[in-house]
Design a protein around this ligand. Sequence first.
Ligand code: GLC
Length: 553
Amino acid sequence: MNPADTSDLWWRTAVFYCLDVQTFQDSDGDGSGDFAGLARRIDDLSALGITCLWLMPFQPSPDLDDGYDVADFYSVAPALGDLGRVVETIRIAHDRGIRVVMDLVVNHTSDRHPWFVAARRSKKSRYRDYYVWRDKPPRKAQPTVFPGEEATTWELDERTGQYFLHSFYRHQPDLNLANPEVRAEIARIIGFWLKLGIDGFRVDAVPYLLTTAGAPNEQDPHSFLRELHRFVGRRAGSAMLLGEVALTHEEQLQYFGESAPELDLQFDFVASQTAFLCFARGEAEPLARALAARPQVDVSQGWAMFLRNHDELSLALLTDDERQEVFDAFAPDPDQQVYGRGIIRRLAPMLDGDPRRLRLAYSLLFSLPGAPVLFYGEEIGMGELDTSFVREAVRGPMQWDAGRNGGFSTARASRLTRPLPTGGYGPEHVNVNDQRRDPDSLWMFISELISRYRSTPVIPWGRLKVLDSGDRRVLAHECSSDEVTFLAVHNFSPEPVTVELPGWDAGREITVLLDSSGHTAPDLAAPDEAGRVRLDGYGFRWLKSAPPPTDHD
Ligand code: GLC
């Protein structure tokens, strides 16, 4: 399909930027970030080049899971602002050409949500059936997502003598999707935020949402996702659903929808986890294999590519040995690991702050077909907090400048929602302000990547082909349309390498889009006549080839 025909599929080529309003910018000195602060920072994000914000939950919440425990779907946590501020922020973002999507957390509610409060009052409550109840926990209960923090997924409600399902924490009772009234509530929530200008949703915990855990539900659970997709399309034609489905590529296919569309975009957890295995090994081969096997999806759907997100870096899709390799390389201290499957560190410290490795990682992210997703602070290589913060160790305040509290807030340090890191990753060393003035900074590099990505639409739209680089250390992949071919080569090892890509677009005009060594002259960076490409340790190169110009005289 010609990209020009697909301009309303904006999410296929978006550059997402995930942030938590609470830790981004405080405007009133109370120690918590807020919408007024975020609104002031939109120009900084626009300068970086991102095209879509993903806002982590900002609704009222007891905050026992950093807002993923919503107590009221229709308003805003008072410390963050009010609906007026939300709408103003959306308007400012739209004005700069930036779309705004938000988390939709409807697998569960907080146990303080009025529905649950009413539901647990009596078995006869009209809200009882909004949740999933059993007289006894099923013999084969689903395992908890948070081993070590929770022992089971069923909690006894003393007052009514029944157990309720909680796939996550016990204070997050699962909603009962089999109940049509619950489905109608979810539609109303979506309709509400779409009317306020939201452009789509990052749908939290989709497989759990669809699992009715043995609830008497004869329907195909995917019927709900199909309904949701149709509903979003009817209410706002260009809104989209980006789903969190942390499964294998094959398993993800059913969430794109078999008979009718379901999710528009899904995070590529396989690529992300495999990339870390490659970084650990200094080899590209596992990622080459995973990408070559990644199924084709409909042109209207796609993958959201990421390296780190707000959660632990889960390695659940790797084998036990592979996971151990990644732990050994990047989280040797057991305190840096969580749930037996993940790492609670940010990327920059995991890669020892090595600019060559960081650039390799982000070059890879932006060169893979899909929509890249950045987690706030990645653009400056922010570090993590103390491991006692567990998953929240990666959710420290944004570091804007070298001043007090990194420019995040004027409050006393003890009043901040979370502290800032100290030492080499503290704001005096790592901040946006300094990096925007330094041509060699990570911020500058990421802004260049974003601009290259945005001006090379064949990356997200093209056909992916993994080439045989003949060297386990090097990933060579192409994204091509009928006219243009994009080639990226990435050397995951510290040693310089020369790979041969014979015949790579011989006779065509080659443009060098990006090169880790700083050469952009074709004679230095393009493959030679034998198709040989030389790369430094952790080096990479992006090339574009097009047919030679024709003579139209
Ligand atoms: C998702 C979120 C995670 C949250 C969980 C429960 O996995 O990414 O942060 O704790 O859902 O809502």
